[in-house]
Structure formats: structure tokens, C-alpha cells
Design a protein around this ligand. Structure first.
Ligand SMILES: *[C@@H]1O[C@H](CO)[C@@H](O)[C@H](O)[C@H]1NC(C)=O
Ligand SMILES: *[C@@H]1O[C@H](CO)[C@@H](O)[C@H](O)[C@H]1NC(C)=O
Ligand SMILES: *[C@@H]1O[C@H](CO)[C@@H](O)[C@H](O)[C@H]1NC(C)=O
Ligand SMILES: *[C@@H]1O[C@H](CO)[C@@H](O)[C@H](O)[C@H]1NC(C)=O
Ligand SMILES: *[C@@H]1O[C@H](CO)[C@@H](O)[C@H](O)[C@H]1NC(C)=O
Ligand SMILES: *[C@@H]1O[C@H](CO)[C@@H](O)[C@H](O)[C@H]1NC(C)=O
Length: 467
């Protein structure tokens, strides 16, 4: 081919690349253009906030994993007229045998708000890989839902997780949830990285917005477990209202199986699900040396058996690697304390929220610094996790658009758009990850990457051509 033709082709390729992205010293800062508007919450009369009809009908139905292995489910719901039955009726798809489990009822007050009757019921000894129907509201208005249990814990069990963070209840939140539901990758469980309802943005932290959020997400979380992480919007710490117990609404409404992993508080815990070992940490509970969370994590990491669960995933709200000018370095103190362990134990990926945008890092670590040696720049490290910020659920606070410049070397891809992601484990060596922005069609991937497992297949999986 002639020189002029080659030059022309190069120019075309360069133009195409520049069109999609601005190349900086790091990875890619997407130049995707969207309408930048402050998003607003859906009004109380919105279709998706409707209270289900019928006397004392269960509402805000949600499920999460109920044990360490995936053979139990916690079913939660709220009734408002009276406590009603706390029994869950459940049966396997191919069985006539109806089983009953009894739960407990709680309620709480927050300033001048009084909650409904909050039910939590753990159903146990389920079979793996089985579709179950369940019914709540026995004796008054019954409502029926279903879920599918995960495959037995094992090294090559394929499984697809959805990733959603900082969701809130705006029109954009609704788009994010719809895109997740319609994604052909078909997430089977959501790993939720914190900041659920944003009720605390309302006067007196109006807890009615916790109820509307529960009704909004029911269409997904009543049918597949969401694995909860506590964010700053779960704190509801409001001494000016006389509310000084952190996490009060969150911990009454969202139960997690923390005791099954020998945790002493519901803000840090672990579960196994299919081929993944998932560790949930709390950015807003003490994590320094000697604290309960520190002592738990120190015991926890050596327990992970990669022959059983090859994929080690960590969820935490505040990101450790974040190149946006929002919440910049807020995760730094936790990073300094725990990052050496994450490298030592070859964590595959860390998902965080908090920053209302999307970012994916290269495999880097920054663990050499010791106060006197001055070695404090992140370096490429094949043993380190990939850090992904997925706080782009679409809440009313709007997008984080202001980024540090130039893009740091450790940052592989960043874009200020709302969206969600999926992490699809194929076997012990490969997992396919993709991020979807709300402006695109349901199947369109705006960022993607093949993850190679750090324990079984620790070869280079970076996506940026760099040293
Ligand atoms: C709570 O107090 C606020 C004002 O302080 C008031 O607007 C609101 O109606 C009250 N809510 C209830 C449930 O009493
Ligand atoms: C939310 O999304 C659902 C599903 O796409 C749709 O049916 C509903 O009308 C939406 N509601 C609002 C208030 O946007
Ligand atoms: C929790 O601790 C008990 C008692 O030490 C132990 O038998 C059990 O295996 C531990 N469970 C987990 C999930 O680590
Ligand atoms: C790790 O898991 C494998 C596969 O389940 C099992 O054979 C092995 O005994 C486990 N190792 C330990 C130390 O528990
Ligand atoms: C972006 O953030 C930087 C650092 O906080 C600040 O100096 C700058 O003014 C911000 N830019 C805009 C456009 O807000
Ligand atoms: C694991 O999955 C990847 C991607 O689907 C595939 O290329 C590879 O052959 C699989 N490995 C095994 C051992 O099946």
C-alpha cells in the first residue's frame, strides 16, 4: 500500500480513536457527551411507588443471601395496618410440599416518623440451583414471588453478578434499574455497593423515602438477592434531631447474614456464592488496627480457599483509587491499612461506589511507603486487584463530572455517566466484565474487560498499553 494511503488510514484511525476518547498520560477519559442536568427524585405519586392493594398487603419485599454458602435466603417485607403474619410459605418449583418458616417483626421511630412492621424471615436448607416460589402476607393479602438459588459452591460454577451503587430514587435511578433488568447478560444477584434511598437528603431525613425506595426496587430485589454494603447515606446520624445511633433505619430494614461469617456487626461480613467469595467492608465503621472490623478481616482473608471459590471480590463504599474531584482521597486511610492484605491474598476486584460516576483502574498497588522512604506512587502490580468505582446509579445529587487532570496512570477508563455493570464468571480462570451507560441500548457495552483470575490464571489482563 502506498505511503499516502497508509497515512490517510492512520489519520482515519486516529480520528476514530480521538472521537471516542481523549488519550491522556493514563488510560481513557471518555468524551461521551450527555445532557448534564441535575436529576430529580420521582414524586411520591409515581407509578413505581404505588402501595400494593389489599388490607395489610406486604410491601417493599426484598431478599438477600441468608447464610454463608447460598442455601438460605432472608425474606423481608413491611406491613402497615397491623403486624400480621410473620410466616413465609415457600415451595420448590417441582414440588407439592409447601414449607413454612417463621420470622420476626421489628419497627423503629426516627424523629417524628414511625416505621411500619418490618418482617425478616430466614428460610434455610434450600436446594442449590432450584427455583422456589414464596408467599408473604398469610391471613390478609398474600403476595407471591420467586427466586432461584445459586449453584453449589465450587470452583467452576458460572455465575453473573450485577453491580449497582448509589442508586437513590430519581428518574435516572429508574433508568439504571430498567437497564439492569433488560441487560441480556442477565445478572442473577446484585452486588450493591452502598447508598440506597438518599432519604437523608430530605428534611428530617424523611423516612417515608426509605419506604418509597423499598417499593421502587421491589420489582428486582423480591426476585433476586441484592448483597448490601453500607454507604454514608445509610448512617442517618442526626444529633440535631436527637438521632444519634448510626445506621438506624438501614439496620432495621436490611438484614444481612453477618453472623454466618463470624462477624460481630452487620456492616462487614462475607458470603460464598457459586465460585465467588464476597467480602463486604464498611467505610463508616472503625477499621483501624485492633478494631472489630480489622480483627475480623485479618482472620477472614486466610480462610478463603481459592480451590473452592476462585474469585475473591470485595465490596466497600468509599473507593481507594478515585481520580474524580469528588470524595478525593476519602478512602485513603482504609487503603493504607488494608491494601497490603489485598495484594497478599490476591483479591481479584474491588467494587466501590460513593463517587457518582464510573472508573476502572489498572492492577496497581501503593504499599511500599513507610514514612521515611518517599515511595508513595501507585505502581503496576499483577497481584493487585482491579478497582472499579460504580457509584453511577443515578441518585438526585447528580453526576460527578470534575476529574483530576491529567488522568493518573493507574486509571484505565473513566466516564461521568449513569449506568450499571455486570461481572460474569465463566470458570475458575475467566470472568467477563462490562459497564453499561443508560443512554445506550440495553446490550451496548461502554467499557468491558476479560478478568483473568489472580490465583488460577495470573497473566496480564490490563487494557491500557503502558509500561
Ligand atoms: C414531622 O415534622 C415536620 C416538621 O418538623 C412536619 O412537616 C411533618 O409533617 C412531621 N411528620 C409527621 C409524620 O408528623
Ligand atoms: C420506571 O420504569 C418503569 C420500567 O421501565 C416504568 O414502567 C415506569 O413508568 C417508570 N416510572 C417513572 C416514574 O419513571
Ligand atoms: C465461625 O467460628 C466457628 C467457631 O470458631 C467456626 O466453627 C466456624 O467455622 C466459623 N465460620 C466461618 C464461616 O468462618
Ligand atoms: C479447599 O477446597 C478444596 C475444594 O473444595 C478442598 O478439597 C480442600 O480440602 C480445601 N482446603 C482446605 C484447607 O480446606
Ligand atoms: C474542579 O475541582 C477542582 C479541585 O477541587 C477545582 O479547583 C475546580 O474549580 C473544579 N472545576 C469546576 C469546573 O468545578
Ligand atoms: C474458561 O472460560 C473461558 C472463556 O469462556 C474459555 O476461553 C476457557 O477455555 C475456559 N476454560 C476452561 C478450562 O474451560
Amino acid at each position: 500500500m502506498g505511503a499516502s494511503k497508509a497515512t490517510f488510514l492512520l489519520a482515519v484511525i486516529a480520528a476514530a480513536v480521538l472521537n471516542a476518547a481523549v488519550l491522556c498520560s493514563g488510560g481513557i477519559t471518555s468524551s461521551f457527551v450527555r445532557k448534564v442536568e441535575k436529576t430529580v427524585d420521582m414524586p411520591l405519586y409515581s407509578d413505581i411507588f404505588k402501595v400494593p392493594p389489599g388490607y395489610n398487603a406486604p410491601q417493599q419485599v426484598h431478599i438477600t443471601q441468608g447464610d454463608h454458602e447460598g442455601k438460605a435466603v432472608i425474606v423481608s417485607w413491611v406491613t402497615v395496618d397491623e403486624p400480621g403474619s410473620n410466616t413465609v410459605l415457600y415451595w420448590a418449583e417441582n414440588s407439592n410440599q409447601k414449607n413454612k418458616a417463621k420470622g420476626s417483626i421489628t419497627k423503629y421511630k426516627f424523629y417524628n416518623y414511625t416505621s411500619g412492621y418490618i418482617h425478616h424471615c430466614t428460610i434455610r436448607r434450600l436446594e442449590y440451583n432450584t427455583k422456589y416460589y414464596y408467599e408473604v402476607g398469610i391471613g390478609h393479602t398474600t403476595r407471591k414471588f420467586w427466586f432461584t438459588t445459586p449453584p453449589e459452591v465450587g470452583p467452576d460454577a458460572p455465575y453473573t453478578f450485577g453491580l449497582i451503587g448509589d442508586l437513590g430514587q430519581s428518574y435516572d435511578s429508574n433508568k439504571t434499574l430498567t437497564h439492569y433488568e433488560q441487560n441480556p447478560a442477565k445478572g442473577q444477584t446484585v452486588l450493591f455497593v452502598g447508598d440506597l434511598s438518599y432519604a437523608d437528603n430530605y428534611p428530617n431525613h424523611d423516612n417515608v423515602r426509605w419506604d418509597t425506595w423499598g417499593r421502587f426496587v421491589e420489582r428486582s430485589v423480591a426476585y433476586q438477592p441484592w448483597i448490601w454494603t453500607a454507604g454514608n447515606h445509610e448512617l442517618d446520624f442526626a444529633p440535631e434531631l436527637g438521632e444519634t445511633k448510626p445506621f438506624k433505619p438501614y439496620s432495621h430494614r436490611y438484614h444481612v447474614p453477618f453472623k454466618a461469617s463470624n462477624s460481630t456487626a452487620p456492616f462487614w461480613y462475607s458470603i460464598k456464592r457459586a465460585s465467588a467469595y464476597i467480602i463486604v467492608l464498611s467505610s463508616y465503621s472503625a477499621y483501624g488496627k485492633y478494631t472489630p472490623q480489622y480483627e475480623w478481616l485479618k482472620e477472614e482473608l486466610p480462610k478463603v480457599n481459592r480451590s473452592e471459590t476462585p474469585w475473591l471480590i470485595v465490596l466497600v463504599h468509599s473507593p481507594w483509587y478515585n481520580s474524580y474531584n469528588y470524595h478525593f482521597m476519602e478512602g485513603e486511610t482504609m487503603r493504607v491499612i488494608y491494601e497490603p492484605w489485598f495484594v497478599q491474598y490476591k483479591v481479584d476486584v474491588v467494587f466501590a461506589g460513593h463517587v457518582h460516576a464510573y472508573e476502572r483502574s489498572e492492577r496497581v498497588s501503593n504499599i511500599a511507603y513507610n514514612v521515611v522512604n518517599g515511595i508513595c506512587t501507585p505502581v503496576k502490580n499483577p497481584l493487585a486487584p482491579v478497582y472499579i468505582t460504580i457509584g453511577d446509579g443515578g441518585n438526585l445529587e447528580g453526576l460527578a463530572t470534575n476529574m483530576t487532570e491529567p488522568q493518573p496512570k493507574y486509571s484505565a477508563f473513566r466516564e461521568a455517566s449513569f449506568g450499571h455493570a455486570t461481572f460474569s464468571i465463566k470458570n475458575r480462570t475467566h470472568a467477563y466484565y462490562s459497564w453499561h451507560r443508560n443512554q445506550d441500548g440495553y446490550a451496548v457495552e461502554a467499557d468491558s474487560m476479560w478478568f483473568f483470575n489472580r490465583y488460577w490464571h495470573p497473566v496480564d489482563d490490563s487494557t491500557t498499553a503502558q509500561s
